[in-house]
Ligand binder design. Structure first.
Ligand SMILES: [Zn+2]
Length: 263
């Protein structure tokens, strides 16, 4: 959610003097109004679709006026001496939920991604179809997002493209327990999953700074997207698409950002 200081930052772009003060007050009131209403319903098509997220609630304002939004088309990356990613993932009992927007697997604490010398803990991973990021305008059938959070509250999300090929064994236990309807979290203690098994062999990745790809579109995400896609079967893709035919936000403008790639 956007606080007053963030709003002021946005409004300082392209506005000046008296007008700024007036608009700040109005938007601040909108934020307060939105807070009182509680959960705002959103989706991927029609009135609640991605093009309209910014107008659904003042809490979603970043979706409309943010200048560091995700996903993006990954093109013309700048080759850069990025340090290798270090992950220390443990297995976790399968905790799965259909939250109405995606299938999400919540992860037991204690699995870590090191980024810029800082530990980020793996909280959950979830899926989109088609992929949210594109590479030179090309999308993949699916994309998985592994969401990590640092102690300071910033996020690091690993994005992995999924393409059609061999059946993905790491996904199979999740696919077997996938709830077709929106539901509360279910824990299946005798099934252990391992997030490390979702990662591609190659460490090559893109990196840029962006946002959550769902409302409130907060601009707090270190994005790492692996270049090498991993495979899943046509049947696995189809099974997910039967529950969520389309749950991907369209690509957003880059504005003043750069995309880096590991060399
Ligand atoms: Zn996602």
């Amino acid at each position: 959610m956007m606080n007053r200081r963030q709003l002021l930052k946005y409004l300082s772009i392209g506005t000046a003097g008296v007008a700024t003060t007036g608009m700040t007050w109005n938007l601040h009131s909108l934020v307060l109004a939105g807070e009182k209403k509680g959960k705002v319903s959103w989706g991927y098509i029609g009135q609640e679709g991605a093009e309209n997220w910014g107008g659904l609630s003042a809490q979603f304002l970043s979706c409309k006026i943010g200048r560091s939004q995700s996903p993006i088309d990954l093109k013309s990356p700048i080759s850069s001496d990025l340090t290798n990613l270090k992950t220390n993932y443990k297995s976790s009992p399968l905790k799965i939920i259909n939250n109405g927007h995606t299938i999400q697997v919540n992860y037991e604490s204690g699995s870590i991604l090191m980024l810029d010398g800082e530990p980020y803990e793996l909280l959950q991973f979830h899926f989109h179809t088609p992929s949210e990021h594109t590479v030179d305008g090309k999308s993949y059938p699916m994309e998985v997002h592994l969401v990590h959070k640092s102690e300071k509250g910033s996020l690091a999300v690993l994005g992995i493209f999924l393409k059609e090929g061999q059946e993905n064994q790491a996904l199979q236990p999740i696919w077997q327990k996938m709830p077709t309807k929106q539901s509360k979290e279910t824990t299946i203690s005798n099934i252990k999953i391992d997030a490390a098994a979702l990662l591609p062999k190659s460490q090559q990745f893109y990196r840029y700074y962006g946002s959550l790809t769902t409302p409130p579109c907060s601009e707090i995400v270190n994005w790492i997207v692996f270049k090498e896609p991993v495979e899943m079967s046509r049947a696995q893709i189809k099974q997910f698409a039967q529950i969520f035919p389309m749950n991907a936000r369209p690509v957003q403008k880059l504005y003043r950002r750069f995309v880096l790639e590991s060399n």
